[in-house]
Design a binder for this molecule. Sequence first.
Ligand code: C5P
Length: 265
Amino acid sequence: MTTPSAAPVTAVILVAAGSGQRLGYGMPKAKVPLGGDSILIHALRGVAAAGVARQICVALPPGDRDLAAQCEAFAEELQRGGDASEAPEITAVDGGASRADSVRAALAALHPDTRSVLVHDAARALAPEAVFHRVAEALAAGALAVIPVLPVVDTVKTVARTTGPDADIAPELVTGTAPREALRAVQTPQGFSLDTLRRAHESAEGLDEAQAAAVTDDAMLVELLGVPVHAVRGASQSLKITTPLDLILAEGLLEGPLGARWVEG
Ligand code: C5P
């Protein structure tokens, strides 16, 4: 939509092609209203405000003209809003059936000079700028892969479906308790050297449907390559808006005393 004067080096892939079924709005999640704008516009603002990207490549539900128009309007807003030569290029692509397919579609549309990529869920529309900076700084310091994480507050157990006579008591039986000190809840943006992320996604192309559905983030694929994945501090404001309760929390963050994305998590 815009032609940057200098080639981009870092791109942000914003995956926004999810159906949003669990939110129950009967529309793609990226379109759902949040504080007077759509979730997509909040996510785009957050990425642009972080200032780390020369290109923002957005994966949208295939053929969604309304969301494509929102991207165009946002690109124009950026052009009007300040130094147009500094504004990131906004590219919209059709996402795929799975999140990983959406990332791959966006990877194919990156500027050839891109060297590093941050992959971000549009559903984490209020991720603070500081998290983008921590991830970008770790990449600049030499990491090939970096993810933002938070300590886990709940005790986490593994379970299996109950079989035999016990099935009448409860549907699942506990098989173990994970050591909480070593557990982290993983967020986005996740940062990678472009070469690492491309290799990770190429290696996943042969996965069957069930395996592909189990790929819930990009770092998983990078781990399978044996590449070290570094972890930096995430933020509670980066919550993934998935259920109606999350939307209430996000509205509260925008309106409440926390002051939305500018408060450190
Ligand atoms: O559904 P899930 O919670 O994994 O979605 C995480 C992010 O991935 C969301 O921002 C969603 O829009 C995106 N996604 C996508 N393409 C899909 C599925 C999810 O871009 N096919």
